[in-house]
Design a protein around this ligand. Structure first.
Ligand code: CDP
Ligand code: CDP
Length: 197
């Protein structure tokens, strides 16, 4: 069965949490596509060459979750040649047999417009910054400024800007528990699986 779940949205909206939960529940493979851009940003040197030669080792670095790595990722993510170098791998992952969940910024709009389920997960900048601050600590106002800066860069770029796909279901998790957000995603997927059968 070819079945793709595309989960897009801004930083700390809950994309990864929802993706991991539904992948486990339905037995789908999961790809956190943000990790690809984080690894390119962390590699240094020419970002296009880094994207073209990305290895499993690059993706296994321990420092990819930091705020600085997120900023570096969004800076290399505006470069069309970097995005192009990462496209084929993501497309193949999305259409592998057995089903796949990919989370990122452009999965429903660019990587897999044919995805059977498209979800745009969002929450207010303040709620998202608070969630990220609980994970990384430091100064919460600085985390909020970082989240807003990255949102602006991701939404404002010319190539594959962050925006909901036309048919995407919008899930605002600002006042939702993780359990409620996962349940909403599960219901959408079950409905689409029912249509696919
Ligand atoms: O992948 P993304 O950056 O969109 O977000 P995440 O890593 O899934 O979630 C960011 C943080 O928010 C995690 O610590 C989640 O546990 C938390 N979260 C939450 O508190 N409530 C939700 N409804 C979703 C996520
Ligand atoms: O977890 P969080 O939402 O904070 O970030 P991420 O998903 O790891 O993505 C880091 C950065 O990579 C984003 O701010 C985007 O600039 C870029 N990215 C992208 O351009 N396209 C994707 N499909 C995934 C991430």
């Amino acid at each position: 069965m070819i079945f793709t779940v595309a989960i897009d949205g801004p930083a700390a909206a809950g994309k990864g949490t929802i993706s991991r939960a539904v992948a486990a529940r339905f037995g789908f493979a999961h790809l956190d596509t943000g990790l690809l851009y984080r690894a390119v940003g962390a590699k240094g040197g020419d970002p296009v060459a880094a994207a073209e030669s990305l290895s499993a080792e690059d993706l296994a670095r321990g420092d990819l979750r930091s705020l600085a790595a997120g900023q570096a990722a969004s800076r290399v993510a505006v470069i069309p040649e970097v995005r192009a170098a990462l496209t084929e791998f993501q497309r193949r992952f999305a259409r592998q047999p057995g089903g796949a969940v990919l989370d990122g910024r452009d999965i429903g709009t660019v990587i897999c417009p044919e995805a059977e389920v498209k979800l745009y997960v969002t929450a207010s900048p303040e709620v998202r910054a608070h969630r990220r601050w609980l994970e990384v600590g430091g100064d919460e106002a600085e985390v909020l400024a970082e989240v807003r800066e990255r949102d602006a860069r991701d939404m404002g770029r010319a190539d594959a800007p962050l925006r909901p796909a036309e048919e995407a279901e919008i899930l605002d998790t600002s006042e939702m528990t993780i359990e409620a957000a996962v349940a909403a995603a599960v219901a959408l997927i079950e409905a689409a699986l029912g249509r696919a059968r």
